[in-house]
Design a protein around this ligand. Structure first.
Ligand code: SAM
Ligand code: SF4
Ligand code: SF4
Length: 343
């Protein structure tokens, strides 16, 4: 269904507001829940460079998406900082009329001070940095390439010095793997402007061996932190905000809980995802995408592509996480990997 100002809503009346753009399917980490080494080994066939959308193609798509309602762009991957000249792309996206917010999700391993400054100067406002533990041994084991915590903390500091602050720090919690690090993680970032967000381990893709008993529900995360430093809820920044916000009652800052499994938020999901090779997915758990690169490279007009986007979104009925909660186990379909579709 479309409205007169051309913004588009889907079958469940959800608008299209966010576009997450994966810039590469490659990564220098091998987090077990995302790119386990057994499946992403030395012989893994990543996308050849010519298959990736060019910066010009990404900018053109951004221009086609904004009239339909997209206001926020998030650049992700794979590891987006692997993509050369990322600051040039940010500059090109910052020029797109209608885009109000551009952010980046990164493991920060390549976030030098020069890189952080270049991204900021190009128009990046915010950065989300993934860090799954503050205990060095735990974190090295989780990224499975022995990458030290200290270097991610350096990346966080570089982002802060470049003016990309406050920083959101994402920690995916897996029971029995890193849940002992929840309280130390909260302790480390208490008293800083940065916001740690604890994310429930999700059954994305087919390769991470997800089991419901590895999910530590957010209410338990909250209880563990609250037992040390009492928390109180903070009202959401906007309707449909995915993160539940809490602040320390003693004024030492804020944490967030993302309960993708225990309290799914499909009802307000306004996100579409674009893979690095230009396939559009209307759900993180979709089995197939819509090929936009073919349309771009076949020389289709802006009008034709925009019409296709309206069709895709207005037919959307996805609500995978809500359905999975009723089933309490992964719904048995082939799904796309997180490193491909972009987190
Ligand atoms: N490489 C970048 C990074 O790690 O920040 C960007 C891509 S990564 C796929 C984006 C986010 O998805 C990360 O915060 C990561 O922890 C999260 N993620 C990946 N697999 C996940 C899973 N199975 N459940 C929950 N979050 C996941
Ligand atoms: Fe790489 Fe990010 Fe996936 Fe970890 S979560 S393997 S850093 S893409
Ligand atoms: Fe959105 Fe799909 Fe996640 Fe539901 S499961 S919140 S529809 S991406």
């Amino acid at each position: 269904m479309t409205t007169t100002d051309a913004t588009v809503t889907d079958q469940l009346q959800r608008p299209l507001r966010d576009l997450r753009v994966s810039l590469t399917d490659r990564c220098n980490f091998r987090c077990g829940y995302c790119m386990p080494k057994a499946l992403f080994g030395a012989n893994h066939a990543f996308m050849p460079r010519r298959e990736l959308l060019t910066f010009e193609e990404i900018q053109r798509l951004a221009r086609l998406f904004t009239p339909l309602g997209v206001r926020k762009l998030r650049l992700t991957g794979g590891e987006p900082l692997i993509r050369r000249d990322l600051d040039r792309l940010i500059g090109m996206l910052a020029e797109v009329e209608g885009i109000e917010d551009i952010s980046l999700t990164t493991n920060a391993s390549l976030l030098t001070i020069d890189k952080a400054r270049a991204l900021r100067a190009a128009g990046l406002k915010r950065v989300t940095i993934s860090l799954d533990g503050i205990d060095d041994a735990t974190f090295r084991a989780m990224n499975d390439v022995g990458f030290p915590v200290a270097r991610v903390l350096e990346g966080i500091e570089n982002a802060e010095r470049a003016g990309l602050s406050p920083i959101k720090v994402n920690m995916v919690v897996q029971r029995g793997v890193n849940d002992h690090d929840i309280v130390p993680m909260a302790a480390h970032f208490r008293g800083t402007p940065h916001i740690v967000r604890f994310i429930e381990f999700m059954d994305v893709g087919n390769s991470n061996g997800w089991q419901l008993d590895q999910v530590l529900p957010s209410r338990e995360v909250m209880a563990r932190i609250d037992a040390h430093w009492p928390l109180e809820p903070v009202s959401p920044n906007y309707r449909g905000e995915v993160v539940a916000r809490y602040r320390y009652r003693d004024g030492a800052g804020e944490v967030g809980l993302i309960s993708s499994v225990s309290q799914p938020f499909c009802g307000t999901c306004s996100r579409a995802r674009l893979s690095a090779e230009g396939k559009l997915f209307t759900c993180l758990f979709a089995g197939a995408g819509h090929d936009l690169r073919d349309r771009l490279r076949a020389g289709e007009s802006d009008e034709a592509i925009r019409e296709a986007l309206i069709n895709i979104w207005s037919r959307r009925g996805d609500r995978y996480s809500e359905l999975r909660t009723h089933e309490t186990r992964p719904v048995d379909t082939r799904r796309i990997e997180m490193s491909y579709i972009g987190g």
